[in-house]
Design a protein around this ligand. Structure first.
Ligand SMILES: Nc1ncnc2c1ncn2[C@@H]1O[C@H](COP(=O)(O)OP(=O)(O)OP(=O)(O)O)[C@@H](O)[C@H]1O
Length: 880
C-alpha cells in the first residue's frame, strides 16, 4: 500500500486510548447491614419449643473461652458457642450441639454486651434472670443480673461475635458499642455548594485541593476512590506536600485500609466504608446526597486489595506547577470548568495549595507557534502492525527490520524537517486543526496506518477540539513517591536486592571480589589521612539546588516523615560498610564545583588527585588521575531511608553498562558522611536539556524526533540491561537520565530499583513519581519491568511536549487521570511522525501484555531515524 493510500485509511477511530477505564473497586462492604438481620428477628416464636438449637437455625458458632461469675468464676473453660435466632448456647464440644447445652441464654434476656478487659479479646454478656425469654424486659427493669465472660482467640472473632449477638438481641439497640465499627457514608457531590458531601473529612480535604471535579466523580467515582486510597497511603507519611492541609495529611496518615473504601454506586450516590478505627473519619458525617446530575451509570466494582505498608513521599524536588486558567489543561482532557452549575469543586484562592501561587514563566500561545514538535517527516518505510496481540507476536508479523542507518536517516530527517517546519508555522495560526481534514494536515508522503493496523493500540490522534492556546509552564519537578505497601519487617520492598548482594558477598563473583575484599579490608582502615590543602573545602550541603534554576524552594525545606525502617540501622550500616571504603577520601579529590542537588545530598564535580592506597586492589588506575568525577555527598543521619542508598550503590556497582552511570567507589568518611563517587556526566540531566532547549523557548518541541529516537534508544539499552538482570528501575524520567558532553546517555538514580526473583516475579509496591507511573502501579496491581517501558513512553512525551502529561494537575488528579484515561493523549499528534506515534503506542499501552518489552522496543522502526551522539551537541551548548 502506498503511503498516500495508507493515509486515506485513517479514520476517526484511530489512535484511541488503548485501555478501558479501570474497573472500580468491588467487594466493598461485605458486612450486611445490621438492620437486615435485626428485622428478621421473630420475637413471637415459642422459645420453649426451641430449647435445642438445630444446626439449621444456627447463625454463628465457634470455639470460645468462657467463664461466669458464679462458683467457677476463676476458671476459663473452652466451650463451643452457638448463636441461633433465639439463643446463645454453650456446648462442651461441637459434636454435642444436638444435646442439652451447658448453658443456654435466651437472646431476649440479654440486656447488655460490652467489651471487658478480664482477658484478651473478651466481652461480657449480661442477662437479666427476671426475664423468661418470652417477655422481653427493658434493661431498666433490672431484677438480678448475671454476667458471663467470653473470650475469643482473635480480635476479629470478637468483633464478629459482637456484631452477630447485637443483631439478634431485641433488648439491645441493634448497634454494637464502638469497637471496630465502620462508618457508612453516602457520598456525592453537591453542585450548589461545589463540594463533595458525606466524605470522610480527610478525603474531603484532599479532594478539595485536587481539582477532581464532580464531573470526574460522575464519570468514575470508583477511580476517585481508588486514587484517594493510593494517595492517602503515601500521603499518610507525607508532610512535605504543601498542597495538603496538615489535618488532611495527618488524618489520612492514620487511615487504615482494612475495610477498603469501595464504591457500590447507585444512581445517585456511592456508599463508602472507611475504617473508623483509623480515627480519620471522625469528622465525617453520615449523610446522603442525591442529585439528578449524578444519575450516572451504576457500576459494581472490583476491589484492589491494599495491604498495610510503609509509605513514603520523597520530597518534592520542585512543586507541581500551578494550574492557570484553562490554558494549562490538556486540550484533549476534558475537565469541567468551575461555574455555578457545573460540578467543579470550588476552591477559594486563599485555600489553594501554596504551589498554586508559584510564579510562572511567560507563556507562549500555541496560536502563534510553529509546529510544536519541530519534528521530521522522514521515517523508515517499514510498517509496523499493531494489533491486539502480545507485542512479541506483533513483531514477528512485521516486515524484516533493516539495519538502522541512523546517520543517513537523520540527514534525511533534518532535510525534511527544514522543508516542513515553515509550512507548519504558516498553517497553524490560520487553520484550526479540527476544521481541516485530518489526513490533509499531514504530509502526503507520510505513511499512514490502516485502521485495522492500529486498532485500539494506536495513539489518540484525533483532535476533538481546536487546540486551545496552550501555555508551556516552566517545568516543575514533581513529587516522587515510594510506597512499599507490602513491606513489613521481614520482607521489605527493597530487601531482595540487598539479600541478593549479600549472598553474592559470601560467594563473590570474580568481577566483584577484588573490590569487595578491598572494601572489607579498608573498613577497618583508620581515617587518619592527612588532609591536602583543599581539604577545607566543605560544600554547603543545605544549599538550594544550583543546577536547577526553576526550583522554587530548597529541597531540604520539605520534610519527610521517617517511616519505620525496614532494616535496623545496624543492618544498614553493615550493608553500607560492605560496599564502601571506611576512610576519609578528601585527600584524593579536589572539589571543583557543585554540580547538582538531590533529595538525599549534593553532587559535586571533583578531580581525582591521588590514587588511594587501595589502588592495587581496586579498579582505580593511575591513568585516572586528573579525571573528573561526580561525588554525591550524603549525611546519613538526614536520610529517612538509608536502605535506599545501599540499594542504589548495590545496583550501580553491579551494573556496568554504557548506558548506566558508572559507579566508581564509595567512602564512609565518618559513620554519618557518605561519599559516592561516580563518573561525571557534564551534560547534566535530560530535564536540563529539555528546559534549556532553544526550540522550547520558541514554543516548539524541545527536541526533534531523531534526537528523541537517539535518547530513548540509549535509555532503552540501559533499561534492557537492567531488565535482563530482572531489575526494575521504577523511576524512569528525564531527571534520571544524564548526558555527557559527547552526547552519551546514561541512567542514574537506582534507589528505587527492585529485583524480581523466581519467587517474586511481580511487584505491587507503589514506587515512582506519579506523572510517570504506569496505570498498573497507580491501580496497585502487580507489575513487572514493563512499568519502566511506560515511564520511557512518558519520558518521550516530555521530550516532545516539555513535560509529562498532567504535570499541571495536582498529583491526586494526575493519578486519577492516569487511572481513568489510560494512554495519555498527545497535545499535537498531527505533527508527529507515524513512527514515533507507533512507538509511543507500544510503550504507553495500558494492557501490559501488549506493551513492548525493552528488547522488543530496541527493534522498533522509530529508532531508525535516530541521530548520532554528536548531533546532540547543540542541546548541550547551554552548559557552556
Ligand atoms: N554523575 C553525575 N554527573 C553529573 N551530574 C550529576 C551526576 N549525578 C547527579 N548529578 C546532578 O546532581 C543532581 C542531583 O542528583 P541526584 O542523583 O542526587 O538527584 P535526585 O535523584 O534528585 O536525588 P536523590 O537521588 O538524592 O533522591 C542531578 O539533577 C544532576 O544534575
Amino acid at each position: 500500500m502506498s503511503l498516500s493510500a495508507a493515509a486515506r485509511d485513517y479514520s476517526e477511530g484511530d489512535f484511541q486510548n488503548i485501555g478501558p477505564a479501570p474497573k472500580p473497586p468491588m467487594g466493598f462492604n461485605q458486612t450486611q447491614p445490621i438492620a437486615n438481620d435485626f428485622n428478621k428477628l421473630d420475637l413471637n416464636r415459642n422459645l420453649k419449643q426451641r430449647s435445642l438449637v438445630s444446626t439449621t437455625q444456627k447463625r454463628k458458632s465457634g470455639w470460645i473461652s468462657y467463664k461466669d461469675d458464679g462458683i467457677l468464676s476463676f476458671i476459663w473453660q473452652k466451650r463451643y458457642m452457638v448463636l441461633s435466632d433465639a439463643y446463645l448456647s454453650l456446648y462442651k464440644t461441637e459434636q454435642t450441639i444436638r444435646e442439652t447445652p451447658v448453658l443456654q441464654i435466651p437472646l431476649t434476656s440479654i440486656v447488655s454486651v460490652s467489651r471487658n478487659q478480664l482477658k484478651q479479646n473478651c466481652f461480657e454478656i449480661t442477662r437479666s434472670s427476671s426475664t423468661n425469654g418470652s417477655t422481653p424486659i427493658s434493661a431498666s427493669q433490672d431484677g438480678s443480673k448475671k454476667s458471663i465472660y467470653i473470650s475469643t482467640k482473635t480480635e476479629l472473632e470478637l468483633h464478629t461475635w459482637l456484631d452477630a449477638i447485637f443483631a439478634r438481641c431485641p433488648l439491645l439497640s441493634g448497634v454494637s458499642s464502638p469497637t471496630n465499627f465502620t462508618h457508612r457514608v453516602h457520598v456525592g457531590f453537591d453542585p450548589e455548594t461545589g463540594s463533595f458531601v458525606g466524605m470522610p473529612s480527610n478525603w474531603e480535604k484532599l479532594l478539595k485541593h485536587s481539582r477532581i471535579t464532580g464531573e470526574d466523580w460522575n464519570n468514575n467515582s470508583a477511580a476517585v476512590i481508588q486514587v484517594l486510597q493510593f494517595y492517602q497511603e503515601y500521603n499518610g507519611v507525607n508532610q512535605s506536600n504543601a498542597s495538603l492541609p496538615a489535618t488532611a495529611s495527618s488524618g489520612v496518615a492514620s487511615a487504615s485500609s482494612n475495610n477498603l473504601p469501595t464504591v457500590a454506586k447507585n444512581n445517585f450516590h456511592a456508599t463508602l466504608q472507611t475504617n473508623a478505627s483509623s480515627g480519620s473519619s471522625s469528622g465525617s458525617s453520615t449523610s446522603s446526597f442525591s442529585h439528578s446530575n449524578f444519575n450516572t451509570s451504576s457500576t459494581k466494582t472490583d476491589t484492589t486489595r491494599q495491604d498495610h505498608g510503609k509509605n513514603e513521599l520523597i520530597p518534592q524536588r520542585k512543586p507541581p506547577s500551578p494550574p492557570t486558567a484553562s490554558s494549562n489543561i490538556h486540550p484533549n482532557v476534558e475537565i469541567s470548568k468551575p461555574s455555578s452549575n457545573t460540578h467543579s469543586v470550588k476552591v477559594p484562592p486563599q485555600q489553594l495549595p501554596s504551589s498554586q501561587h508559584n510564579q510562572r514563566k511567560p507563556l507562549a500561545s500555541l496560536h502563534n507557534m510553529a509546529n510544536p514538535y519541530s519534528r521530521t517527516q522522514a521515517g523508515p518505510t517499514v510498517r509496523q502492525q499493531v494489533s491486539p496481540q502480545p507485542y512479541s507476536q506483533l513483531q514477528q508479523q512485521q516486515q524484516p527490520q533493516s539495519q538502522p542507518q541512523p546517520k543517513q536517516n537523520y540527514q534525511q530527517a533534518l532535510q525534511k524537517q527544514q522543508q516542513t517546519q515553515q509550512p507548519y508555522r504558516q498553517q497553524l495560526p490560520s487553520k484550526k486543526p479540527a476544521d481541516v481534514p485530518y489526513v490533509a494536515q499531514r504530509d502526503a508522503n507520510q505513511k499512514q496506518p490502516s485502521p485495522q493496523h492500529y486498532n485500539q493500540h494506536q495513539y489518540n490522534q484525533k483532535q476533538s477540539t481546536q487546540p486551545q492556546p496552550v501555555t508551556i509552564p516552566p517545568r516543575m519537578h514533581p513529587q516522587r513517591i515510594i510506597n512499599e505497601r507490602n513491606q513489613n519487617q521481614s520482607k521489605p520492598g527493597i530487601q531482595p536486592l540487598i539479600q541478593v548482594t549479600t549472598s553474592q558477598n559470601k560467594q563473590p563473583s570474580p568481577s566483584q571480589s577484588a573490590a569487595q575484599i578491598a572494601m572489607r579490608q579498608h573498613n577497618n582502615h583508620p581515617a587518619g589521612v592527612s588532609k591536602p590543602a583543599n581539604a577545607q573545602f566543605q560544600p554547603a550541603r543545605e544549599a538550594p539546588r544550583i543546577a536547577d534554576s526553576n526550583q522554587q524552594k530548597p529541597v531540604e525545606s520539605t520534610k519527610k516523615k521517617v517511616s519505620k525502617p525496614s532494616m535496623s540501622n545496624a543492618e544498614i550500616m553493615t550493608n553500607l560498610k560492605n560496599v564502601t571504603f571506611n576512610m576519609d577520601p578528601t585527600p584524593y579529590f579536589r572539589m571543583v564545583e557543585k554540580a547538582g542537588q538531590g533529595a538525599s545530598g549534593s553532587v559535586y564535580l571533583a578531580e581525582r588527585l591521588q590514587v588511594p592506597p587501595y589502588e592495587d586492589e581496586s579498579e582505580i588506575k593511575k591513568n585516572q588521575l586528573g579525571n573528573k568525577v561526580a561525588i554525591k555527598q550524603m549525611i546519613l543521619s538526614k536520610q529517612p531511608r538509608k536502605e535506599l542508598i545501599v540499594n542504589e550503590i548495590l545496583v550501580m556497582k553491579d551494573s556496568k553498562h554504557n548506558n548506566i552511570v558508572n559507579f566508581l567507589e564509595a567512602y564512609l568518611k565518618t559513620e554519618d558522611d557518605l561519599w559516592v563517587v561516580m563518573e561525571y556526566m557534564e551534560g547534566g540531566s535530560l530535564t536540563d536539556i529539555i528546559e534549556n532547549s532553544p526550540a522550547s523557548s520558541n514554543g516548539q518541541s524541545p527536541l526533534t524526533e531523531p534526537q528523541i529516537a537517539y535518547l530513548v534508544r540509549e535509555t532503552c539499552q540501559g533499561l534492557k540491561f537492567l531488565h535482563d538482570k530482572h531489575i526494575i528501575h521504577r523511576d524512569i524520567k528525564s531527571d534520571n537520565v544524564l548526558l555527557d558532553t559527547k552526547g552519551r546517555v546514561k541512567i542514574t538514580d537506582f534507589g528505587f530499583c527492585a529485583k524480581l526473583t523466581d519467587k517474586r516475579s511481580k511487584r505491587a509496591t507503589m514506587v515512582g513519581t506519579p506523572y510517570w507511573m504506569a496505570p498498573e502501579v497507580v491501580k496497585q496491581r502487580e507489575y513487572d519491568e514493563k512499568v519502566d517501558v511506560w515511564s520511557l513512553g512518558i519520558m518521550s512525551i516530555e521530550m516532545l511536549e516539555s513535560e509529562p502529561p498532567y504535570l499541571n494537575e495536582e498529583p491526586l488528579k494526575a493519578l486519577y487521570l492516569i487511572a481513568t484515561n489510560g494512554t495519555p493523549k498527545l497535545k499535537h499528534p498531527e505533527y508527529l511522525s507515524l513512527e514515533i506515534k507507533r512507538f509511543l503506542s507500544v510503550c504507553l499501552c495500558v494492557d501490559v501484555r501488549y506493551r513492548a518489552s525493552t528488547e522488543e522496543l530496541l527493534h522498533h522502526s522509530f529508532f531508525n531515524m535516530s541521530c548520532e551522539a554528536q548531533d546532540l551537541t547543540p542541546l548541550l551548548e547551554w552548559k557552556n
